[in-house]
Design a binder for this molecule. Structure first.
Ligand code: PHE
Length: 360
């Protein structure tokens, strides 16, 4: 091939490449041009390179120089086109990502699973102090052989009062002392629905009855849960609070057992030497009945009520009071929790102020 023809071919290729790259509208077009001109196997530059071999020896330096010039020219034009279309494309739709990180970062506001989490999101929540207390009390009583029983928060009068020996005339049954539900009229005429008055349970002693109704003695259970009383909220009252109820029925259970269990329980929860004091009291479902006080660090504090299960109650659930005796206690969960953590207002527990709750 003579030099003139070869140079003409170089010029034609330069023009064609320029044309192809100028009219490229996408990264794909640029890639197609790259293959056409610079493709390693069948690219036009490649065949021009081969053509060099047929040039007369005297003309080779000139032909080679021009060939190199063309090659660099096309290389430069190609990378210019890549840059340009790369930028333009990113604004419209992201180019194929090299990595996950790149692709997500390219779309503003998109969720990026590879990004480092902002510090605020790393803050862990806290288990509510009452839930923590319940867990601790269950664990302690579990070690003393008590299993956990549960009962409904919406109760009937049999379980909340009658079976517990609380007579119809007892002031504790006053509608103003309880959250009765409007169920009687709502359920009237609906088959299968009870028209018995229902109320939010005012004590967890309901669960004593539910347990004894279903299992024969001996029993050793605790029940922890919410109870409801229409009290005005103040530092020591709240219309909803929690009780831990304990019940142990067996042959020969005595007040001494009650006191030992309560003392062990208090010592485990508070850690250290806790003393238990009984003051005479009255509950319709226990005889004798006591108020339970405990002293830990400074001064006595009232924990709740307790006593020996009244024979009437044992009878009402089909137990034989001549065969078995039992003790029961009902303590305020908030009280022990507040005492242990030095909380002086029960309302703090239910304000849901994170600054308060995150201390526990
Ligand atoms: N249920 C009683 C109350 O809520 C406490 C109690 C439980 C007393 C068990 C005696 C026995 O005040």
């Amino acid at each position: 091939m003579d030099l003139a023809t070869y140079l003409a071919e170089l010029d034609a290729t330069a023009a064609a490449a320029e044309n192809a790259l100028e009219s490229a509208a996408s990264a794909d077009d640029v890639e197609a041009a790259r293959i056409e001109f610079l493709g390693a196997k069948a690219g036009r530059i490649k065949s021009l390179q081969k053509g060099l071999g047929q040039i007369d020896k005297a003309d080779k330096p000139e032909a080679g120089k021009r060939f190199q010039a063309l090659k660099s020219q096309i290389d430069a034009a190609l990378s210019a086109a890549k840059d340009k279309l790369g930028d333009n494309q990113q604004a419209a739709s992201p180019k194929k990502p090299k990595s996950q990180k790149e692709s997500v970062a390219a779309v503003p506001g998109a969720f990026d699973p590879t990004a480092d989490p902002p510090e605020a999101r790393m803050r862990l929540g806290h288990i509510h102090p009452i839930t923590q207390t319940i867990t601790a009390l269950q664990e302690i009583m579990g070690r003393l052989g008590f299993s956990v029983a549960e009962g409904p928060e919406v109760e009937d009068e049999w379980h909340n009062f009658e079976a517990l020996n609380i007579a119809a005339s007892h002031p504790a049954r006053d509608p103003l002392e309880n959250f009765y539900l409007h169920t009687a009229s709502a359920a009237a005429g609906q088959p299968g629905k009870s028209d018995k008055p229902l109320l939010l349970r005012s004590q967890t002693s309901t669960v004593q009855i539910r347990v004894m109704e279903t299992v024969p003695p001996p029993v050793r259970v605790i029940s922890l849960g919410r109870v409801y009383r229409p009290d005005t909220a103040d530092a020591t009252h709240y219309p909803m609070f929690h009780q831990i109820e304990g019940l142990m029925v067996d042959r020969g259970v005595t007040m001494a057992d009650l006191k030992s269990v309560l003392r062990l329980f208090a010592m485990s929860y508070f850690g250290g030497d806790v003393h238990i004091r009984f003051r005479p009291s009255f509950f319709p479902f226990t005889e004798p009945s006591v108020e339970v006080d405990m002293s830990w660090k400074d001064g006595w504090m009232e924990m709740g009520g307790a006593g020996m299960v009244d024979p009437h109650v044992l009878k009402s659930v089909g137990y034989d009071p001549d065969e078995v005796t039992g003790f029961a206690f009902g303590l305020g969960v908030e009280r022990v929790c507040m005492r242990r953590h030095g909380i002086d207002d029960i309302r703090e527990l239910y304000r849901n102020d994170v600054r308060f709750l995150e201390q526990f």
